[in-house]
Design a protein around this ligand. Structure first.
Ligand SMILES: C[S@@+](CC[C@H](N)C(=O)[O-])C[C@H]1O[C@@H](n2cnc3c(N)ncnc32)[C@H](O)[C@@H]1O
Length: 278
């Protein structure tokens, strides 16, 4: 299963949905609701939208209000956008854009009230975040715009029961997370803190909250894929001892039903500075 396949995104969607910080989501929605009297078509642009998981999350919070929102789903992957379109063919207020996020100036972000990105910013580089934060500043000088970024991997994975190699595996996996994922060398686990700092420097009031996956036997397939994903990353990109890795994988798979696992993520909500707690 590839990193961004329809199957992988479907597999993680329910864990993502229950992990997103509820307060930040609520505040993002309230921020939009407060603008309702001034703007007829409240618009959200979702960066790296995949099959539309973030849009579905917002709809599940307040279906009535969500019906009034316009969405611009932006992704470079035509297959994922086609799947989003297939699933939401009855929604007239969704637009689909096949674009590379690296070309920030070409993104359809004008006249949006909220920009969202889920499970995306740990893939990007410091240079991308610098340019993105500058762009958010420019956009906010024209009109009020917020930014919600969720499920940014933060480098913390813990397992129950533990295994002597957990720490070494995690270290090597986190190193792999810093590979170039199409945006220059990725910040991986450090992306969230960097993003937060840059948005604050751009004049936003930023709140953050952890959003870890808490997985157990109910998430068996997701955990199995996670173990395979970690093993693949280590096999392809590090000098990790193959036999030791195989032993770790076998142990982890043997404990999928009886054990548990936590995968650290962080959420951020950045709002214009003059908008106070909602
Ligand atoms: C981990 S997935 C998250 C998808 C979705 N936000 C979700 O939460 O299910 C990362 C997404 O970023 C998209 N992506 C990666 N690099 C991109 C780029 N350079 N331009 C546009 N989209 C990109 C991928 O195609 C994928 O849909």
């Amino acid at each position: 299963m590839s990193d961004f396949s329809v199957e992988w995104l479907a597999l993680r969607e329910s864990a993502d949905a229950r992990s997103r910080d509820a307060r930040l989501l609520h505040n993002a929605l309230s921020f939009l609701q407060n603008q309702k009297s001034m703007i007829s078509a409240l618009t959200i642009a979702d960066l790296g939208a995949g099959t539309g998981s973030t849009m579905r999350m917002f709809s599940s919070l307040n279906n009535k209000f969500a019906e009034e929102l316009w969405w611009r789903l932006i992704d470079s992957d035509a297959t994922l956008l086609a799947e989003a379109k297939r699933r939401h063919k009855d929604l007239k207020q969704v637009q689909y854009f096949k674009l590379d996020l690296n070309e920030l100036v070409k993104l359809p972000l004008n006249n949006t009230q909220l920009i969202t990105a889920s499970a995306l910013f740990d893939l990007v580089s410091a240079e991308f975040i610098d340019a993105f934060a500058d762009m958010m500043k420019t956009l906010s000088e024209k009109s009020s715009v917020g930014f919600y970024s969720s499920l940014n991997y933060d480098g913390a994975i813990t397992w129950e029961p533990s295994h002597p190699l957990d720490e070494t595996v995690l270290y090597a996996f986190n190193e792999d997370q810093r590979r170039d994922k199409g945006f220059g060398l990725a910040l991986g686990p450090d992306a969230n803190a960097y993003l937060r700092e840059k948005l604050e420097n751009s004049g936003f009031e930023v709140s953050g909250a952890p959003s870890p996956w808490q997985l157990d036997n109910a998430d068996e397939n997701l955990v199995l894929e996670l173990i395979s994903g970690i093993a693949n990353a280590l096999t392809s990109s590090s000098k990790f001892d193959r036999a030791a890795l195989a032993e770790w994988v076998a142990y982890r798979k043997a404990h999928v039903k009886s054990g548990s696992c936590s995968v650290g993520h962080q959420d951020i909500l950045a709002l214009p500075e003059n908008i106070h707690a909602i």
